[in-house]
Design a protein around this ligand. Structure first.
Ligand SMILES: [Zn+2]
Length: 164
């Protein structure tokens, strides 16, 4: 009886030519060898990316998984959008760290820190509404802080969270 030739580890279709050296061949062609390498690289990257969505529901994770595999170019934006909708972002804690002299966010950070009603956690919308509802002359904050200032701070906060 003749042994059936081994099949390619990638396409599982074509037989693998027996190699001459001691090293056994695993792929039918260079194209399959390269495709298998690319797949391994993708899986490595996917494992890292997946860690950023473990806290979502299984349904959301499944959606993110398919976006990752089919449209990886937009995954970053989708994750950022989801992140910004989470109602539990500890923005105040981070803002406290921006009170240093020369920090463009210093004024807002000092005010928020001294304001016991400034929410501990929330979405960007939570904070925008809060700051707008407490603008000068009756509240603490300037119009700018309610609009561009807060948005700018929020972007910095998100960047910090991404790197953490
Ligand atoms: Zn093959």
């Amino acid at each position: 009886m003749i042994d059936a030739p081994a099949l390619c580890k990638h396409c599982h279709t074509n037989p693998v030519e027996p190699g001459k050296g001691p090293q056994r061949r695993e792929y039918c062609s260079d194209a399959c060898k390269q495709a298998a390498y690319r797949e391994r690289q993708d899986e490595k990257r996917y494992r890292r990316l997946r860690q950023r969505f473990v806290s979502y529901t299984p349904q959301t994770q499944a959606i993110l998984e398919s976006i990752m595999r089919q449209h990886e170019d937009v995954l970053e934006q989708v994750l950022a959008a989801l992140e910004s909708e989470r109602p539990d972002r500890p923005f105040k804690t981070w803002l406290k760290t921006q009170r240093g002299r020369g920090n463009p966010l210093q004024e807002l950070a000092v005010k928020a820190h001294s304001d016991p009603r400034f929410p501990e956690r929330g979405t960007e919308a939570t904070y925008r509404e809060y700051v707008k509802a407490h603008t000068l002359p009756y509240g603490l904050y300037s119009n700018w802080e309610g609009e561009a200032g807060l948005h700018n701070a929020w972007l910095n906060f998100q960047e910090h969270e991404r790197q953490a």
